[in-house]
Ligand binder design. Structure first.
Ligand code: ZN
Length: 374
């Protein structure tokens, strides 16, 4: 990650690059501001610049061995502390347990936000935190000499989620910082970071991204058309993480629609062999994804039932969905709508209960054949 890869935030970049150029980088910086505004990418860009051995104009060269290691988030002098969900004993709950997932998630999306990271951890409902066990890790990592003889950088993501013991270790180090060690604290809610820690850092505020900045990034990085880019930018409230989430959801809705249409077509044709294949393709996805499909199917069934009443103000369908309803809605009527909804709920409950997904979806499709002719 280079400064030039970070979306907008020009004044923050200038401030950091001035510090680099003058070789006056504070030993602890607190990047503060709303989620999705680029604090983590900026921390990675700053770390790259600090660790690069051929830095030019206060920017990482992107080509030296150090830059290559930083790019894969595997530089021995770059350390990460981030919230996790403990699997076993809390005594052993340290960020490094999830280092592989962390590297992968950040490589795919350096704009990842807390909710996105929880998704990666596979624990949407649980609270992640930085456990007390992290404190010895922090001390150990920083007591080792820098392997390349230059800076050591520690990025602490969401320090507001630190257990008091870990926070105290960090505080102790910040009070007597080792030479050429830079702490980059990245916080969505800086007011929740211990005041004593905050007072030892130089705070840099990140404003929300403007709609124009988000729209431009979507056009350049995701090849979105002008109108689509503007629409997503308007919805995301200055968070690029939200904008990317929106894109993913759009893609998922399109996929769900295709799956639903295919199912109805195969049921209508009573194509058992292909229905088997359809069930298999759904079974290959994760449970959460399967449940989201079933939610979507419920919504579409409801929309098609309502469509029959010819009251467009009651319908909430996309263009593609509405085109489909023109031909399909008549198959959903007062005789089968409750039965179909019940089957969808049952399937969702079975998926939740870890019943074999292949069986659940195939079974469901067979029941749909019967229900659709009513
Ligand atoms: Zn370099």
């Amino acid at each position: 990650m280079k400064f030039s890869d970070v979306i907008a935030q020009t004044s923050v970049k200038q401030q950091l690059q001035r510090q680099l150029a003058a070789d006056r980088v504070p030993h602890a910086l607190l990047f503060a501001g709303p989620a999705g505004t680029g604090k983590l990418p900026m921390a990675l860009a700053m770390a790259s610049a600090l660790l690069c051995t051929a830095r030019r104009d206060a920017e990482a060269c992107g080509a030296c061995p150090a830059c290559r290691m930083t790019a894969s988030l595997a530089h021995p002098d770059l350390h990460f502390v981030f919230p996790i969900v403990s699997k076993g004993s809390a005594d052993a709950a340290v960020s490094d347990l999830y280092l592989k997932e962390w590297r992968q998630a950040l490589t795919e999306n350096p704009y990842i936000d807390y909710a996105g990271w929880l998704g990666e951890l596979g624990t949407d409902h649980k609270q992640a935190r930085i456990y007390a066990a992290e404190s010895t890790q922090i001390l150990r990592k920083l007591s080792v000499m820098s392997s390349q003889g230059g800076y050591k950088v520690m990025i602490v993501w969401q320090p507001e989620l630190m257990d008091p013991k870990a926070a105290n270790s960090l505080l102790k180090i910040l009070e007597e910082p080792p030479r050429r060690t830079v702490f980059l604290l990245v916080s969505d809610r800086p007011e929740r970071v211990l005041e004593t820690i905050r007072s030892r850092t130089r705070r840099i505020d990140f404003p929300r991204l403007t709609e124009a900045d988000v729209a431009q990034a979507l056009r350049q990085r995701h090849a979105l058309g002008d109108e689509d880019a503007r629409m997503v930018a308007r919805l995301c409230e200055g968070s690029y993480a939200r904008a990317l989430q929106e894109l993913r959801e759009d893609a998922e809705r399109a996929e769900d629609f295709d799956l639903f249409v295919l199912l109805m077509r195969l049921c209508y044709r009573r194509d058992i062999k292909e229905l088997h294949r359809w069930a298999d393709s759904l079974a290959e996805r994760g449970r959460e994804r399967q449940k989201r499909f079933l939610d979507y199917a419920q919504r579409l069934v409801r929309e098609n039932f309502v469509y029959n009443f010819r009251q467009p103000e009651l319908n909430y369908e996309s263009r593609r969905e509405a085109d489909f309803s023109v031909r399909f809605a008549r198959f959903i009527n007062e005789r089968n709508v409750i039965g179909i909804m019940d089957e969808l709920s049952l399937a969702a409950r079975d998926i939740e209960g870890n019943v074999n997904a292949r069986m659940v979806f195939f079974d469901f499709s067979l029941k749909m054949i019967v229900l659709l002719i009513q």
